[in-house]
Design a protein around this ligand. Structure first.
Ligand code: OTU
Length: 662
């Protein structure tokens, strides 16, 4: 019933309350800020608060409005924000200033990302700092280091079970090392991204230990139930993330009760219905921002809110929480952007970039898992119909946000094929997913891929796929068969998928080892801590011996490294690849040729053509006009020329064109 007035008088009533709340809270905040920040920075802080206050207030009202004193909560959170602003280093304040002047930094065509485990790449954080020349040689401007905050001892899900958000995993170094690395990266124009596991803590985290010891304050930090009745009701509609190794979503903890554990039993979901949890996590975000982290990868965000009768994924409150975090962190550390880790269907995905009834600032970046999945789908079927259909239907991200475009990451590939997209192409989504699983796990006879099924669920028939990009593309098979022709094809396939990631619009992400074509690490089973989780198949240690060969064009590592380096170099020279414009797939008259146009209001036009077929083909050149190109040339060709005869554009097998105008 409390919701009714809100529904009748939607945003305006909340805005009016927000405006008066701001008036009430502002004098104390101003005084506090002037005392701790000095006049200039205090003025900047206040301007940011004024700009974002309504967004934050409205978002918090949606989550906590019914529970009590919103003004008090706002005052408390703003105090945290002001304290974080006051302890922010000068260097970072300069960065804030630069980013406020040029807020489009993450959209720029120069951006190239790299993602790796610090230990598997270099050893420690200090040793990562020794490899910056290698990264610069690849054109990297954005470095995502996999989970590095102090995890519980193994098993810890590759670091996604944190016991202390304010400490570094001692195997990698300490907080000072992290700050020094962030500063060294900043000095080179490389932004540091780290994982923040917001959905759950390790069961050994101090909050969880206090909860287990009976402290009611901390019990409320988690979802704890006295018996199975509510867990059973929730479970009726919950998906299982790890049905194989961690079935169910609740774990019985002696003396405490049933605890919500979406992932493993040692990963306890936080209870965001409790404003204290929100406050704690905000404090952690501000702490990490002040260490020099520029991008926070917010792990597993779709799961943040629970509602009975639903899958407890993508609930509206998740977005309100992210919007509130966004606004508050932005007041203290405007240089910091958020990256949503939401591996969900296409309709839900764009919401994490703030696409709602109107644009609500939320995350600036989100993984484009739909592009990733569709790339692999097209590579297997040599048919781009489903990809064209699915990507055409997606709503464009707001112009201040963009995708992180990628080919592989540390997780499995989950086949997010929407039923309606499959149906539109005369496919059955389930059958197509089964085909992809068969194809990439190698049980499909004509497959080029070496991979493995992950979390095959006999009840639902669902499964996902593990394997490195090189192995899934056919490089491992070609090497085994010692077949040069197949190898050339497999390398072109890998570069085709990366070419898509580098040109679709967004920050392309190179997953460590892909640049030197690292194949599956079959030895992961030797490690008792990893053997149950075949995602370690595609988390090998960096093969520095192969990396040594990266300048040798006759080696596989050399072909791929040089190919990726060139994609980055060409991308840097193409303003039309700056994110912010819209990317639209176009239909061609060849089922294997994917076309996508970027129509940028300022930076010009771009048409990408990618032939997913193994053999040379052509498509109708009318597409040039449809994309708005008048005098096209191919930015990937050294002389700009491409095959255009008798009204048809010719592409080699697994070849691509990046066409742009004079
Ligand atoms: C994430 O993935 C991480 O990327 C995984 O490595 C972790 O195991 C997990 O969270 C728990 O921290 O379900 O199969 O929509 O897809 O959060 C992997 C988001 C996952 C989920 C994603 C999750």
């Amino acid at each position: 019933m409390a919701d009714e007035p809100r529904a009748l008088r939607p945003a305006s009533a909340v805005r009016a309350r927000a405006t008066s709340a701001l008036q009430r809270l502002q004098p104390a905040l101003a005084e506090h800020a002037r005392a701790s920040l000095g006049a200039r920075d205090a003025a900047a802080l206040l301007a940011r608060v004024q700009r974002r206050f309504i967004d934050v207030y409205q978002a918090l009202d949606e989550v906590y409005g019914a529970t009590g004193d919103l003004d008090g909560l706002m005052a408390d959170l703003l105090r945290l924000v002001a304290d974080a602003a006051a302890t922010r280093d000068d260097d970072l304040r300069v960065l804030d200033h630069r980013r406020e002047i040029a807020p489009d930094w993450h959209l720029r065509e120069e951006q190239v990302g790299y993602v790796c485990y610090a230990d598997r790449f270099a050893g420690s954080l200090a040793e990562v700092a020794d490899q910056l020349d290698y990264l610069s040689g690849l054109g990297v401007t954005y470095l995502h280091l996999m989970p590095l905050l102090r995890p519980r001892p193994s098993p810890n899900d590759g670091g996604y079970a944190v016991v202390d958000y304010r400490a570094v995993d001692p195997r990698l170094g300490d907080m000072t090392d992290l700050e020094q690395l962030a500063a060294a990266l900043r000095g080179r124009g490389i932004s540091l991204c780290i994982d923040l596991v917001v959905n759950h803590t390790a069961r050994e985290h101090a909050w969880a230990r206090r909860a287990a010891a009976g402290d009611p304050v901390y019990r409320d930090y988690y979802h704890v139930f006295g018996d199975r009745s509510l867990p059973d009701r929730y479970s009726a509609t919950l998906p299982e993330v790890f049905p194989d190794t961690a079935p169910g979503s609740f774990t019985e903890v002696p003396g405490l009760g049933w605890v919500w554990t979406t992932f493993h039993d040692y990963q306890w979901d936080l209870n965001y219905a409790n404003p204290r949890v929100f406050r704690e996590m905000l404090d952690v975000m501000l702490f990490l921002a002040n260490r020099g982290v520029e991008v926070l990868r917010l792990d597993a965000v779709p799961f943040l809110w629970k509602r009975e009768g639903t899958a407890c994924l993508n609930e509206p409150e998740v977005h309100s929480l992210l919007q509130a975090f966004r606004g508050l962190v932005g007041c203290a550390a405007p240089a910091v952007v958020f990256k949503a880790e939401a591996i969900v269907g296409p309709d839900e995905l764009v919401r994490y970039l703030g696409v709602h009834d109107r644009h609500r600032p939320e995350c600036e970046l989100a993984y484009h898992n739909q592009l990733m999945v569709m790339g692999w789908s097209s590579a297997a079927s040599r048919d781009v119909g489903l990809m064209t259909q699915a990507l055409s239907r997606m709503r464009p991200p707001p112009p201040t946000t963009t995708w992180v475009t990628y080919v592989r990451c540390h997780d499995d590939i989950g086949w997010a094929v929407a039923d309606e997209d499959a149906a539109a192409r005369g496919l059955d989504a389930f059958t197509h997913r089964r085909f992809l699983n068969d194809f990439y796990s190698g049980s499909f006879a004509a497959s080029f891929a070496h991979g493995a099924l992950f979390q095959a669920n006999p009840v639902t028939g669902d499964a996902r796929v593990s394997g490195t990009a090189a192995s899934l593309c056919g490089i491992e098979q070609a090497l085994e068969l010692d077949d040069r022709a197949l190898l050339g094809q497999a390398v072109r396939r890998l570069l085709l998928l990366y070419g898509l990631a580098f040109s679709y619009g967004g920050i392309p992400l190179i997953y460590m080892g892909d640049e030197i074509a690292q194949v599956n690490d079959a030895a992961y089973t030797d490690d008792p801590e990893h053997t149950q989780d075949n995602r370690w198949l595609h988390r090998p240690a960096m093969d520095w011996a192969a990396a040594e060969r990266r300048h040798d064009p006759a080696s596989v590592a050399g072909m791929v490294f040089e190919g990726l380096r060139q994609l980055g170099a060409v991308r840097r020279g193409l303003p039309a690849l700056r994110a912010g414009g819209d990317t639209r797939p176009l239909w061609t008259d060849d089922p294997a040729v994917f076309a996508y146009a970027r129509i940028h209001p300022r930076e010009g036009t771009f048409l990408g053509l990618a032939n997913f077929g193994d053999f040379a083909t052509s498509c109708d050149a009318g597409i040039l006009g449809a994309a708005g190109l008048r005098r096209p040339w191919d930015a990937l060709a050294p002389d700009g020329r491409f095959g255009l005869h008798e009204g048809r554009i010719h592409l080699p097998g697994l070849g691509m064109l990046w066409l742009t105008d004079d």
